[in-house]
Design a protein around this ligand. Structure first.
Ligand SMILES: Cc1cc2nc3c(=O)[nH]c(=O)nc-3n(C[C@H](O)[C@H](O)[C@H](O)COP(=O)(O)OP(=O)(O)OC[C@H]3O[C@@H](n4cnc5c(N)ncnc54)[C@H](O)[C@@H]3O)c2cc1C
Length: 428
């Protein structure tokens, strides 16, 4: 695979939101690229739940990718609405008050989209043949060191692709590309539990559907939570998460091969003091959807010394636990910033001697990395703060206090008198 900037500069990504966004942004700027993806096709596995795309990051990437209108056509602004319950069913916070269960007329900055819709939109935007499906990367090897290094990609089926001068690892938490840049591995975040999906909630249990509301519904107990999120296809995904050990799924005694019993055992063990509605979000979920899910993160501030010809975007660079809801936004912002750097590099290369091009490419990637390290660290700190609000001994109260304080601060800022511009001495 070759990516042409001014001469041959090859590249590589994977089929998550980060890699697909990068591929699209490169193609709209006439920089060819190839995507190697382990899935056999786009339908190979379930793509998970709903994602809110933020105005200042993912939405800008979609605008530059020429896909913003398509996104708006499928986005769900009502999905932003949050409800927080106590385990006994007492409602602590309800953002749907005011517009009930209607779709609001306007978007408020962070509309939701189903992951599968986002992925389809990005896949369909790429030139035919860009994605090579069923190519599971097993190793990246250096074939030439020094100022102009190149890399070979080795795949699990024994095939190779050779002499890449830029390899972008967008291969998620367990990235194979990362090991060439950093010895750091993702660590267990301290949070474990189960991930379930309740299909067609409106027809299965209309009362339960109302409990969830239009967007996200949290039931927060002492260090133990149920997070439920409505998706555009009528299902509700719920996560029963708490502070547990990494090996919990193996050692807890729950027989995961019998999911109907496993759900009940899980609830009996950890959710005895939660009301029936919150328990039903797990109990009534599809039996074939029950997945134990330990959550991993790279250390806050993870970085690596720049190495020419290799870089990472998205979870491969900075996987975080999902509690600030920023992972996909950071991944798409990485794609945006790296694409901008590579486009600027293409321009520089068109005006400079061929023997300087590898240096320009290396500088472009280094610029992206330095800015990304700072941005990712700030998001990782925010995520850690939210993790500790989700899993708190005082249940949902600290989170509600946090939102109330943030709102108060916003109001104070809006009401503060404008500071007059410094007077300019026009007499002198
Ligand atoms: C339970 C849960 C809920 C979440 N909820 C949210 C949320 O609400 N909002 C949000 O912003 N983020 C959320 N996230 C985080 C979000 O999913 C990630 O941050 C985001 O998907 C990262 O995108 P990515 O493209 O970097 O990586 P990924 O989405 O992980 O994509 C990586 C791609 O690489 C492919 N791949 C992996 N290994 C190989 C290999 N060896 N060879 C070839 N291909 C390979 C994979 O098949 C995949 O297509 C959540 C995460 C979890 C676990």
């Amino acid at each position: 695979m070759t990516v042409h900037l001014c001469h041959s500069i090859p590249g590589y990504e994977d089929c998550g939101p980060g890699g697909l966004t990068l591929a699209r942004l490169l193609q709209v700027n006439e920089i060819p690229c190839a995507v190697f993806e382990l899935d056999r096709n786009r339908y190979n596995r379930s793509q998970g739940g709903s994602l809110d795309l933020h105005e200042g990051s993912a939405q800008i990437a979609l605008r530059e990718a020429g896909l913003f209108d398509q996104f708006m056509a499928v986005a769900r602004p009502e999905g932003e609405v949050l409800k927080i319950y106590e385990p006994d069913g007492n409602l602590l916070l309800d953002e749907s008050t005011g517009h009930g269960e209607r779709r609001p007329d306007s978007f408020n900055g962070r509309p939701e989209v189903d992951r599968v819709q986002l992925r389809d939109m990005l896949i369909d935007s790429l030139s035919a043949g860009t994605i090579q499906w069923g190519r599971k990367l097993s190793a990246v090897k250096t074939t030439a060191e020094g100022l102009n290094p190149t890399y070979d990609l080795h795949f699990a089926d024994g095939t190779t692709e050779t002499e890449f001068s830029l390899v972008v690892g967008a291969d998620g938490t367990w990235s194979k590309v990362r090991s060439l840049l950093s010895d750091t591995r993702p660590q267990f975040s301290g949070i474990n539990g189960v991930d379930v999906k309740l299909s067609n909630i409106d027809s299965v249990d209309a009362k339960l559907s109302k409990r969830v509301g239009l967007g996200m519904c949290l039931t927060l107990g002492s260090n133990t939570t149920i997070l439920s999120q409505r998706n555009g296809d009528g299902c509700v995904r719920s996560y029963g998460f708490m502070r547990l050990t990494e090996d919990w799924a193996r050692t807890c005694g729950i027989n995961w091969s019998r999911p109907a019993e496993a759900k009940q055992q899980f609830l009996d063990l950890y959710y005895k003091d939660f009301d029936q509605d919150s328990q039903d979000l797990i109990l009534k979920a599809d039996d074939d959807s029950v997945i134990p899910r330990p959550l991993y993160m790279l250390p806050i501030g993870h970085k690596w010394p720049h190495r020419a010809g290799l870089t990472l975007i998205g979870d491969a660079a900075h996987v975080m636990a999902p509690f600030a809801g920023v992972g996909v936004n950071v991944a798409m912002e990485d794609a945006l910033q790296l694409a901008r750097s590579l486009v600027a590099c293409k321009d520089i290369c068109s005006k400079t001697a061929v023997n300087t091009h590898e240096r320009h490419l290396s500088n472009a990637v280094r610029d992206y990395e330095e800015a990304m390290f700072v941005r990712a660290e700030a998001y990782a700190k925010e995520t850690w703060m939210y993790l500790n609000l989700f899993f708190h001994e005082r249940g949902g109260h600290p989170m509600c206090e946090h939102f109330a304080n943030a709102k108060k601060k916003q109001q104070q800022q809006a009401e503060a008198p404008e500071v007059p511009a410094k007077a300019v001495n026009v007499e002198s």
